[in-house]
Design a protein around this ligand. Structure first.
Ligand code: SF4
Length: 350
């Protein structure tokens, strides 16, 4: 691999590279989207000296996202706890022994009020989570469709995460106007069985395919800090980057080790590992939204700014995620303002 060439360049950019690479790479079209990444290429990228990795990620990021626009996405747990899956990181699993209270599905109007409040606070995407193994038909699903329609009517992007689904359910969500369906791969195929035993990697890939076939965009990423190796991180990124097309949205999470889950004793990752993961994801998937997700509180301000520089162009915004905490809105506003990026909240304020 040519280490001066993070993604393949078109011919004019290749000529330009020899003269002054950084001055001449100016548009996203200078990068060819690839879905044929080799494992060794990705591993080589993620292990580059940090300054080299950041420089390459910056070239891609500045070309793909002039002005450093950051999308603010708010997340609401619509149905919490009592999930039959055994995801080892998740406090909502019935296999964990956590203090998460099982809460029935929230009312439609309450959810839409939250979406409205999120919009007023500057979010332009509203993500709704159901702690389910899979979507079941019935009143709850009809309510989900109503919520999706309501969020879209507010002029926001609507995203749902609710486990596996059928082709018919995916088609109905698409008709309701759903922008994106979140279904994470969580980790590499190799590390997967240490994390989840109640559904296979293949089932996850099939769910993603159903979503894609229905014409809904994909939100799909993973979690680092679950005892995986660098090879596992590269392998996860390879699966994501070799989807064609790439997932439109790629959440990168750092484990929040919650007491009572099987991973409760794992220590926090070095924040620079998150920076590396974001930077590599940006290089591999130049046009996807790379979303800084769970674990931001553990990162600290400077590491978050490095992530924004390395390619993150979305954050979860609002002081809770599904069940774990997230930075306060005010501190996020300060962070974005200090970083000098462009977000809805900042644009609306001007
Ligand atoms: S991550 Fe989702 S599927 Fe897994 S246990 Fe938690 S709620 Fe259930």
């Amino acid at each position: 691999m040519n280490l001066h060439n993070p993604t393949r360049l078109n011919s004019s950019a290749r000529v330009a590279e020899k003269k002054d690479f950084s001055a001449l790479i100016q548009t996203a079209d200078d990068f060819e989207l690839r879905s044929d990444w080799m494992f060794e290429e990705i591993k080589e990228l993620i292990e580059l000296p940090l300054m080299d990795l950041l420089w390459k990620a910056q070239l891609v990021h500045r070309a793909s996202n002039p002005g450093y626009k950051v999308q603010l996405a708010s997340l609401l747990s619509v149905k919490t706890g009592g999930c039959s899956e055994d995801c080892a990181y998740c406090p909502q699993s019935v296999h964990s022994n956590t203090e998460v209270e099982i809460t029935p599905q929230l009312d439609i109007q309450l959810v839409l009020n939250q979406a409205k409040a999120a919009k007023q606070a500057g979010a332009d995407r509203f993500c709704m989570g159901w702690a389910w193994r899979e979507i079941k038909d019935g009143i709850a699903f009809e309510s989900m469709l109503e919520m999706v329609r309501g969020v879209v009517a507010l002029g926001m992007e609507a995203c749902v995460t609710a486990g596996m689904l059928t082709d018919h359910q995916a088609a109905r969500l698409a008709s309701a106007g759903l922008t994106a369906y979140n279904h994470n791969l969580d980790t590499s195929p190799e590390h997967y069985e240490k994390i989840i035993s109640t559904r296979t990697y293949q089932q996850r890939l099939e769910t993603l395919q159903r979503v894609r076939s229905a014409g809904i965009t994909l939100c799909c990423g993973g979690i680092i800090g679950m005892g995986e190796s660098i090879r596992d991180r590269a392998s996860l990124l390879q699966v994501l980057a070799n989807m064609n097309p790439h997932p439109e949205s790629v959440p990168i999470n750092a484990l929040v080790a919650v007491e009572g889950t099987p991973l409760e004793n794992l220590s926090s990752i070095d924040p620079l590992e998150m920076v590396r993961m974001v930077a590599t994801a940006r290089i591999l998937m130049p046009k996807s939204r790379i979303r800084l997700s769970a674990g931001r509180q553990q990162l600290g301000r400077e590491a978050q700014i490095l992530c924004l520089q390395a390619g993150a162009d979305s954050i979860f915004y609002g002081d809770t995620l599904l069940t774990t905490s997230n930075p306060q809105v005010e501190s996020d506003r300060q962070l974005l303002s200090d970083a000098g990026v462009t977000a809805n909240w900042i644009v609306n304020k001007k």
